[in-house]
Write a protein of this length. Structure first.
Length: 178
């Protein structure tokens, strides 16, 4: 079996496990948000795919469940654990680490960017998607359905600094290989 099938199965299984962990006993709070996400993620994925911005190593019909599940985990995590203060660092760290998975998938040949689509477009779309859905989530998920993360200031700073350093290392690597 091709490595791409293993990647797909791993993405689906890990995404399901992550969703179960994040949404355990809280799913009813997230139903509306996830329903909106379900429709929008499929539409966006198909729009970008059929307009030739990127291709997958496998047929898109097999990829859609992984997209819906993993982006569902992405927004559920952001909504549930968004801190009350200092949200930029939280978003920067989470989006950068999530985006690094896309870079790995692109280097493995699972995703191929085309027609001018590049890392900057994907990274920007992650930010837009995250901000739109946390806006929706704040209106549809009550406070009892959320658990704002409360890290000590020093831990936030260390995590932010590590992410920033890794971000620039990856950026330099990409500039070198381009």
């Amino acid at each position: 079996m091709d490595i791409n099938w293993y990647i797909l199965f791993a993405a689906i299984l890990l995404g399901l496990a992550g969703n179960i962990a994040v949404l355990r006993r809280r799913f009813r709070f997230y139903q509306t948000t996830l329903l909106i996400h379900f429709a929008l993620s499929i539409l966006l994925c198909l729009f970008f795919y059929y307009n030739g911005f990127y291709r997958y190593a496998l047929p898109v019909v097999f990829i859609l469940p992984a997209v819906v599940i993993n982006f569902g985990l992405f927004i559920a995590f952001l909504i549930r654990f968004e801190p009350n203060k200092d949200t930029f660092r939280f978003y920067f760290v989470f989006i950068s680490w999530t985006f690094s998975l896309e870079i790995i998938l692109e280097h493995l040949g699972f995703i191929r960017f085309r027609n001018g689509w590049d890392y900057w477009d994907s990274y920007s779309l992650y930010w837009i998607y995250a901000r739109i859905f946390t806006y929706i989530g704040k209106r549809t998920v009550p406070l009892e359905g959320r658990t704002p993360i409360m890290l000590p200031k020093r831990s936030k700073l260390i995590l932010f600094t590590i992410t920033l350093v890794l971000f620039f290392i990856v950026l330099l690597f990409l500039m070198k290989t381009a």
